[in-house]
Every structure is written in C-alpha cells, then in structure tokens.
Design a protein around this ligand. Structure first.
Ligand SMILES: NC(=O)c1ccc[n+]([C@@H]2O[C@H](COP(=O)([O-])OP(=O)(O)OC[C@H]3O[C@@H](n4cnc5c(N)ncnc54)[C@H](OP(=O)(O)O)[C@@H]3O)[C@@H](O)[C@H]2O)c1
Length: 358
C-alpha cells in the first residue's frame, strides 16, 4: 500500500472531554489520517491496540486545557507499515509494534492507538518477531519498557533478590521475567488466584497479599536478615507510603526501593487518602533525620529508547520474555475493554482488536 491508497479519514476512539472512558470517549468515523510521513516517520496501519492504566487515569484527571483534547486514546499498538517514506529500516508491509509516547506526542499530533492509522517516528517502532502475534504485540511497549527501565535503574544483578509488589500487574509480569533473565531470585505478591500465573512467569516465592495483613509488617517481621531484598519494586502504584517508609527493615544494606509512582486515583476516592497523602508527603518530602527513613525513593518514568525497544524485541524473539494477554475486545466494543482494565484485576494486557480479520 502507498500513501495514495490510504484513506483521508478513519474510525477512531477519541477522548473529547474529561471523565471516565464512557463519558470521555466518542467513536468518530471521520477522524483525519495524517497520511504523509515527515522525516524519520512512517505510517502504520494498526491491527490492535493495548490499553494501559495511564490512559483512563489521564482521561479522568486532566482538564481539557492540559490534555489538549480532542485526541485519539491510548499508546500501544501493533500493525503493518503502510508508507515507509524514506526509512532505511522499514519497508511497506513490515509487521511492527510500538507506541506513541510521551503524552506530548499524542497531544500535538492528536493521534493515539485505538484508530486505524498512525503516523509515528520510526524510533518508536520495532519489527514484530514472527513468534509474537499482532494481538500480543499490541501490549508490549509501555509496560515492557517500564519494567526493563526500572530494573536498569536499580542495576539488578545476578544472585540478588528482588521483591516485586504486584507480580500479576502488566509491569510486574514483565519484571518477573526480566529479573529471572538477569539471574535474580524473585519474590512477588499477588492474590491467591494468581499464584500459578506468577509462578509460571518465574517467581521463586509467592506472598498472597490478601492474607498476610499489612505487607510492611509482614515483611518486617517474617523475613530473616539473610533474605533481605536488594531491590523492592512496587509496581501497583500504592498511595499508602508504608511499604516504602518501613523498607529499611527488609532492604539489604545499599538496597534500593523503586516504584511506578504512588497514585491516589488507583483505589477511587476514600477518606483514608487524606492521612495517606499527608504521610506520603512527609515520607518523600522531609529529610531523613526527621522521618528516620534511610532508603532512597526511586520512581521509574518510562521513556522511549531505540536501544531498549530493541533489547526487549530481542528477548521476545528468543522466547525469553513472553507478552501476556488478559482479554481481547472488538473495536466497536472498546468501552468494555476499559471496563475490564478499570477493575484492576487484569492479568496481562487488555487489547482492542482494530483489524477485524485477525
Ligand atoms: N511510572 C511509569 O512510567 C508507569 C508506567 C507504566 C505503569 N505505571 C503504573 O503502574 C501501575 C501498574 O500498571 P499495570 O498496567 O501493570 O497494571 P495492571 O496490569 O492493570 O494491574 C492489574 C493487576 O494489579 C494487581 N493488583 C491490584 N492491586 C494490587 C495490590 N494491592 N497488590 C498486588 N497486586 C495488585 C491485580 O492482581 P490481583 O487481582 O491479584 O489483585 C491485577 O493482576 C499503574 O498504577 C500504572 O499507572 C507507571
């Protein structure tokens, strides 16, 4: 296909106002296709799109003037190159996956993943390995790179032990596999129903977080010093700072605490958020001689990196890391896909099938 055969308009799920997805999103039949790739860009015909919590959180949180609505929703996609422009690395017909990120790129181009076409810098794409389906590939970039970049940030090494809070989150599922690849011992939390899921991914030890009471108390009391963690990776986005503020009890000397970022809107509004927020501000904002907290708080901020995209692609093509799919929804039923991810119970990615022939 050349750009002359690409239609001028497309179907797209567009965020038009602030609110939960059922209020924020409208299905447009005539959304413009940015047909002509500029320097270092290609045009991709999308096959599938993956949802991420950041998508619906920003819909609910950000006013129009910050979110720069309207724009197409979501970030992760897979598809086929429809116009390779002047690319040396991609040709028309190549099977690819990638993401539109950061938020500013989505906002300035008005594009997103739940649409039929996307014009995207080629640095944000890689070729899809043949052992990965388009549905699987649509859920890789954002969560996979978050896990990869978090483990890089703490420099997890062979023989070390990592505690992953939230082993069945999409980020946690990638983190378990990547930590095992690095030769680390992996201890994870999940609810009991997901024990088999995280063990299959490589978790060595499992803690059912629904059964042990406050996690920081459990870890502080039950872990003998010999099994202290070199890294705690908090993937859930807990707003309560307790896991961090007590972490010197279960972190090894020089151990590191890294988080995907405390998020008040994870659990919806409840009154406990106020004292939790005050304790969080204290834990992160006050000097350690006042709080007694010795561990440093690191936060991963996922970013695009050609090298990281290629590393992840290599692990996937070698079968060392597997993408995980929770559920697949038809394009017209994208709002039900949001209902699913917003339960916070998904194991693996929630995918919207854009190409009906898949
Ligand atoms: N900073 C960044 O750059 C960045 C990047 C990506 C994601 N994030 C954030 O990271 C978080 C995770 O994202 P995701 O896409 O991986 O989430 P997700 O896949 O939607 O998470 C769903 C999973 O969370 C588990 N879970 C929920 N509450 C839990 C708890 N208290 N303890 C342990 N597990 C729990 C659920 O398992 P159970 O049913 O067993 O509870 C379910 O399997 C989100 O808050 C997201 O916004 C940040």
């Amino acid at each position: 296909m050349t750009s002359s055969e690409v239609p001028d308009t497309q179907k797209a799920w567009v965020s038009v106002r602030r609110g939960p997805p059922r209020r924020s999103l409208e299905l447009k039949e005539d959304w413009p296709v940015l047909k002509t790739p500029q320097a270092n860009e290609v045009l991709v015909k999308i096959k599938a799109a993956g949802l991420n919590p950041v998508g619906h959180k920003f819909m609910k949180l950000l006013p129009n003037w910050i979110a720069k609505r309207p724009h197409v929703a979501e970030f992760d996609f897979s598809g086929t190159v429809a116009d390779a422009h002047e690319s040396k690395d991609f040709s028309v017909g190549d099977e690819v996956y990638g993401w539109i990120w950061p938020l500013g790129l989505q906002q300035s181009t008005k594009q997103g993943a739940i649409s039929e076409y996307i014009r995207i810098p080629e640095s944000h794409l890689v070729k899809r390995p043949s052992n990965i389906t388009p549905i699987e590939a649509a859920g890789i970039s954002l969560a996979g790179l978050t896990a990869l970049q978090a483990l890089d940030a703490v420099n997890l090494e062979e023989g070390q032990t990592i505690f992953i809070n939230g082993g069945s989150t999409a980020v946690g599922s990638f983190a378990i596999q990547l930590a095992k690849l690095r030769g680390a011992k992996v201890v994870v939390t999940a609810s009991g129903k997901n024990e088999e899921y995280v063990r299959k991914l490589g978790a060595d030890e499992f803690i059912d977080y629904t059964k042990v009471g406050p996690l920081h108390t459990f870890l502080g009391h039950t872990q003998p010093p010999a099994t202290k963690y070199n890294v705690v990776f908090e993937t859930v986005g807990l707003f309560d700072p307790s896991l961090y503020s007590h972490s010197s009890k279960y972190l090894a000397p020089n151990g590191l605490y890294i988080s995907t970022g405390p998020q008040p809107w994870n659990q919806g509004f409840h009154l406990n958020l106020i004292p939790q927020g005050l304790r969080l501000i204290g834990a992160l904002g006050l000097p350690s001689f006042l709080t007694g907290i010795k561990s440093k708080f690191l936060m991963v901020g996922v970013h695009n990196s050609v090298e990281d995209n290629k590393r992840l692609q290599t692990y996937l093509s070698e079968g060392k890391v597997k993408p995980l799919v929770d559920s697949v929804f038809k394009f017209d039923d994208a709002l039900s896909a949001y209902d699913r991810i917003m339960t916070s119970r998904a194991t693996g990615k929630v995918i919207v099938q854009v190409d009906p022939s898949l």
